[in-house]
Design a protein. Structure first.
Length: 277
């Protein structure tokens, strides 16, 4: 699967972290503004020397940024967990796909939906195909591409919807359950730990089951989410919480391929040198 972010996306997010405009990046690198614009618009793949200059200016790791620019790296799939089935479904908002998940406890068959997408028909059809009726809906955040289908999904499968206490409630459910950092939920024989990971939104939350993290738009393979509420909060969520989990922990994001904590510590240009190995 193609990575969610290309070099241009990474540069834009790094500029956001420094509150820099393209003009600021021009001054820091002495590169032509037209070149920076073309790189950020996916129209130019720069030479390695240019990538290293951009990395130094933006506090990114140079070698892994080169790998991103040359599309030389993609993550290996995390190991499957014997205690549950995890089905990733691409749910589209227009032409834009969002990764939503069905999580089924193997011992009991109890099932959770993680994010509804904007149009949950794919989830509803897959649940019928699997012969399950979801027992809960877990929202990582309330953006329409992740929660816009909540009403339709709740009509099809009336069940509680869990959301962080700092996140606005989206329309659609009449049975919200509010969670906070450290709360534990039960799905059959599974324990689901709620980990607040703000920054993409103020109430962003991730869900940890054994060594599997369902992380929404906090971190992507080789990149990070967009900081709609706070860049520093998002950076801290990743460096102080997500990447402190065991290296074998699988990360299943809201966009792009799954990865692991260990792979991100080695290959993500934002975080090399910011997290203990």
């Amino acid at each position: 699967m193609q990575l969610e972010d290309e070099l241009g996306d990474i540069l834009q997010k790094a500029r956001d972290g420094k509150t820099w405009s393209q003009d600021d990046l021009v001054r820091a690198t002495d590169l032509p503004k037209d070149d920076i614009q073309r790189i950020e618009n996916y129209q130019l793949t720069p030479e390695d020397s240019v990538v290293l200059k951009l990395a130094k200016a933006l506090d990114l790791d140079g070698p892994t940024l080169i790998d991103s620019a040359q599309e030389r790296w993609e993550p290996k799939e995390p190991a499957a967990d014997p205690d549950f089935d995890l089905v990733c479904l691409s749910v589209f908002m227009g032409e834009y796909p969002v990764d939503c998940y069905l999580l089924r406890c193997k011992a009991t068959g109890e099932t959770a939906v993680v994010d509804t997408g904007a149009n949950p028909k794919t989830i509803i059809n897959k649940a019928h195909e699997m012969g399950v009726r979801p027992n809960m809906i877990l929202l990582t955040h309330a953006h329409p591409d992740h929660a816009g289908g909540l009403g339709e999904l709740s009509d099809a499968f009336p069940c509680p919807t869990y959301i962080d206490h700092n996140e606005p409630k989206p329309k659609g459910s009449r049975n919200f359950k509010i969670v906070k950092d450290g709360d534990e939920l039960t799905l059959g024989n599974l324990r689901i730990l709620c980990i607040e990971t703000p920054g993409h939104t103020a109430g962003g939350i991730s869900y940890l089951i054994n060594k599997t993290l369902l992380s929404g738009d906090v971190i992507f393979a080789g990149s990070m989410g967009r900081a709609n509420s706070s860049w520093q909060d998002l950076f801290n969520s990743i460096t102080q919480k997500v990447l402190r989990l065991p290296d074998a922990t699988g990360i299943y994001p809201g966009h792009g391929p799954a990865t692991t904590v260990g792979q991100e510590k080695e290959h993500n240009p934002f975080f090399i040198g910011h997290v203990d190995s």
